[in-house]
Design a binder for this molecule. Structure first.
Ligand SMILES: C[S@@+](CC[C@H](N)C(=O)[O-])C[C@H]1O[C@@H](n2cnc3c(N)ncnc32)[C@H](O)[C@@H]1O
Length: 262
């Protein structure tokens, strides 16, 4: 997605601050690549899941504490189960460093990086080809966290519902020079993979918000579901293939929706 988004960023006014906003940010891979490569000047991240939000805030606000923990944490199944239980059972209502760290740990050590309902890389017996440490290169992760901290002034973070976030951001002075990259939980599989704060009514409200023309630059990705085809029938829809490795290696169809005036 980042290559595609980079192309899109060229449409923004280069004399003004170029912003990329992710209302359902999760791992925010795409936006941060754009920031690192200079395609965006500012990144605005939002996720309604307090665990995901806590992970980002922990790295941004307490980077030294975070990297210290990174270099001391164990990579074995007992440790994995500890973090899994902390993340699964979390019901707090405010930022929590430990929950943020555990969410990060789960993202790096579960298959596909999914923090909910997914097993450890290498299996519970750790007999798989790849093991828990496959995506946990402490030095590399430390460098990335420190990079985030250095770029703190170029990253805004919030914990709203995606719809309220978009509604707030579209009223900001930089709104017309902001690309909204919107990757909501899927209609079909959302609840299984991520925290899913989207009802059908919210999927419909999101399409209302996007298709009424109040937001100038947006790109949306979804699973290819009949509801989505219906809601965005008058926009530009194209198929993209995404490689999911959660259960088995297979190619799923995802759709990319762009405003019809592009
Ligand atoms: C498909 S994932 C986004 C993945 C992301 N693009 C990435 O690269 O990791 C959807 C994200 O939306 C978040 N989410 C679910 N319901 C939400 C809501 N109502 N408002 C905002 N975020 C929500 C989930 O916590 C999850 O992180």
């Amino acid at each position: 997605m980042s290559a595609f988004l980079k192309e899109y960023m060229k449409k923004l006014d280069p004399t003004l601050e170029k912003v990329i906003a992710e209302p359902y940010c999760g791992g925010a891979g795409a936006a941060l690549i754009l920031l690192a490569d200079g395609d965006a000047d500012m990144v605005v991240l939002n996720d309604a899941d307090l665990r995901v939000y806590s992970a980002w805030l922990a790295m941004l606000e307490e980077p030294e504490r975070f990297v210290a923990k990174l270099s001391n944490v164990r990579l074995d199944i007992a440790e994995w189960l500890y973090h899994r239980d902390l993340v699964d059972g979390y019901s707090g209502s405010e930022y929590d460093f430990e929950v943020g760290f555990s969410t990060f740990y789960m993202n790096r050590t579960t298959r596909s990086g999914i923090i909910l309902n997914a097993g450890p890389i290498g299996g519970y017996d750790q007999r798989g080809k790849w093991k828990l440490d496959a995506r946990f290169n402490v030095q590399r992760l430390t460098n990335q966290v420190l990079w985030l901290a250095t770029n703190r002034h170029r990253i805004r973070l919030s914990n709203f519902d995606g719809l309220s976030f978009i509604d707030r951001e579209r009223r900001m002075p930089a709104a017309d020079n902001t690309l909204f990259f919107i990757d909501p939980p899927y209609v079909k599989a959302g609840g299984r993979l991520y925290y899913d704060g989207m009802s059908e009514a919210k999927h419909i409200a999101l399409s209302d918000l996007l298709t009424t023309g109040n937001i100038r630059h947006w790109i949306l990705t979804y699973d290819d579901a009949p509801l989505i085809r219906q809601l965005y029938r008058s926009q530009k829809c194209s198929n993209i293939s995404v490689n999911y490795s959660l259960q088995s290696k297979r190619l799923e169809n995802e759709i990319l929706v762009e405003p019809n005036y592009i």
